[in-house]
Design a protein around this ligand. Structure first.
Ligand code: BES
Ligand code: MN
Ligand code: ZN
Length: 500
């Protein structure tokens, strides 16, 4: 794992293999970002010109290397693009993005310094988090020499004034970034290595390490407790389901949040089997549970004055002689019955159990996170998650918070008429499918049926951004992204401080 530290040394004097500086898009080509004056002097004032000759324009995503002259202690200078500067400098997301590009470019390097334009603690935090997220590499299955080691150490350069705040900011970035990278690892693990049981064991180990309370319901306890959703969906697999509760409490907390995560360790579709081409990435179907797990641990590491309970609904959706059939009726925890019309609409079934169970403890707000529907990906694309809620203000809050921490999201409606398709012409209280059109909204309406009236609830459908199949960009690698974690942490943070 990449080590993160902070230093108030000057950019030119820090000893490292690489020195990362920022460049921006100016009206007449590439310009140097603030804080590069001394480095530019060592280049006899010609650094922008040199970088321009090498093709740099200052656009986001760009990374250009130049060997260092005497006067710069680092071996080489890496200039990364920040895009156009705004009136108040650069957006935190531009800093995270640039730091991420730098960290990815520097794979194989032992030590690098990040001298990006970061004055405030928030800017220092953005650089640190982008660097840590960009350094991520999933190496579990690759032999040595079959890929570069991630950059060994990242030193974030911060102004001398406010260096205490800068140190705290880097520690916060480490808490969030390391837990996000852990969530990415869980998503990237092959589904033969991550089962409901092993996922639960991972949570138990982390809970022990961080002093969190954890309870695991195994298949026996789930059967006895009447968790028909989890038992039904998990019924076709040799790897039985689990419901994990992992709780962080703070003595001064005035609110309790419940985060509920969809944790399908593999979604084959079940008897309503997915065709080839649609199941190769379905190990990612536990990304919601991984996000919830990461957020609870991060809340603890940040010491937030709020109680956060995570509920992970873990099961493997497989076809077999014991699998749930289209036509079966399941009894969800709490008593509502669901006719399963399509076994591939399994996420809502396991979430239903978990939502009812989470609601029993009367949290102030419930937020669930799930790779729930292909329809949401159709609607919003692969980088944006949908936000639905039974409370418009909560929905707007989460959408705004997500934007502040660099997660793209969009508010989605819950049209009441779509509920009809799930209740009519079924022998049970509900069917697990309704109208095909607006499938993401139908799924959200289904979940709402399992939230007690009067309880504030929101649903993040992260099916698009949870797993990145294209080439890496910014601080986003291929594979698991840890989508949702930063929004959950920001929400817990906001709840703790009571800031509106
Ligand atoms: N896990 C899938 C949704 C998904 C799709 C996640 C693409 C990530 C990327 C979910 O369980 C599913 O199969 N949903 C069905 C629901 C349908 C049968 C009502 C879908 O979206 O097609
Ligand atoms: Mn499915
Ligand atoms: Zn699924």
């Amino acid at each position: 794992m990449t080590a993160l530290s902070v230093s108030t040394s000057s950019a030119a004097s820090l000893r490292a293999e690489a020195l990362v500086i920022g460049v921006a898009k100016g009206p007449k080509g590439v310009v140097l970002a603030p804080g590069t004056e001394a480095v530019n002097e060592a280049f006899e004032g010609k650094l922008a010109e040199i970088l321009g000759t090498l093709g740099a324009t200052g656009a986001e995503g760009e990374a250009v290397k130049v060997p260092s002259p005497a006067g710069v202690k680092a071996g080489f200078v890496l200039a990364v693009g920040l895009g156009e500067a705004g009136d108040e400098g650069f957006e935190p997301e531009a800093l995270r993005h640039a730091a991420g590009v730098a960290a990815r470019t520097l794979a194989g390097v032992k030590k690098a310094a990040l001298a990006l334009p970061a004055e405030s603690a928030a800017e220092v935090e953005a650089v640190a988090l982008g660097g840590l997220l960009g350094s991520y590499a999933f190496g579990t299955y690759k032999g040595k020499g079959n890929g570069k080691e991630p950059v060994g150490e990242l030193v974030v350069l911060a102004p001398r004034k406010g260096s205490k705040d800068a140190k705290a900011a880097v520690e916060r970035a480490a808490a969030v970034g390391e837990e996000m990278n852990r969530a990415r690892d869980l998503v990237n693990l092959a589904p033969n290595d991550l089962t409901p049981k092993s996922f639960a064991a991972t949570v138990q180990a982390a809970a022990k390490e961080h002093g969190l309370k954890v309870e695991v319901l195994d298949e026996k306890a789930l059967t006895k407790g009447g968790y028909g959703g989890l038992m039904g969906v998990g019924g076709g697999s040799v790897n039985p389901p689990r419901l994990v509760k992992v709780a962080y409490t703070h003595p001064k907390a005035e609110s309790t949040l419940a985060f509920v995560g969809k944790g399908i360790t593999y979604d084959s579709g079940g008897i309503s089997l997915k065709p080839a081409g649609y199941n190769e990435t379905m190990k990612c179907d536990m990304a919601g549970a991984a996000a919830v797990f990461a957020a609870v641990v991060a809340a603890k590491r940040l010491g937030l004055a709020v109680n956060v309970t995570g509920w992970l609904a873990l099961a493997e959706n497989m076809p077999s002689g014991s699998a749930v059939r289209p036509g079966d009726v399941l009894r969800i925890y709490g008593g509502k019955t669901v006719e399963v019309l399509n076994t591939d609409a399994e996420g809502r079934l396991v979430l239903a159990d978990a939502l009812v169970r989470a609601g029993e403890e009367n949290p102030d707000v419930i937020v669930d996170v799930a790779t729930l529907t292909g329809a949401m990906v159709m609607a919003l694309g692969t980088r944006t998650f949908g936000v639905m809620s039974n409370n418009d203000e909560l929905r707007a809050d989460l959408h705004a918070l997500a934007g502040e921490v660099g997660e793209e999201s969009w508010p989605m409606p819950m049209p009441a008429h779509l509920r009809k398709g799930m209740t009519e012409s079924t022998i049970a209280d509900l069917a697990n499918m309704g109208e095909r059109m607006g499938g993401g909204l139908v799924a959200g309406l289904f979940l709402q049926e399992f939230v007690a009236e009067g309880t504030d609830w929101a649903h993040l459908d992260i099916a698009g951004p949870a797993y990145h199949e294209g080439a890496p960009f910014g601080y986003t690698p291929k594979g698991g992204t840890a989508s949702g974690v930063r929004t959950l942490v920001a929400f817990a943070e906001r709840t703790a401080t009571g800031k509106a």
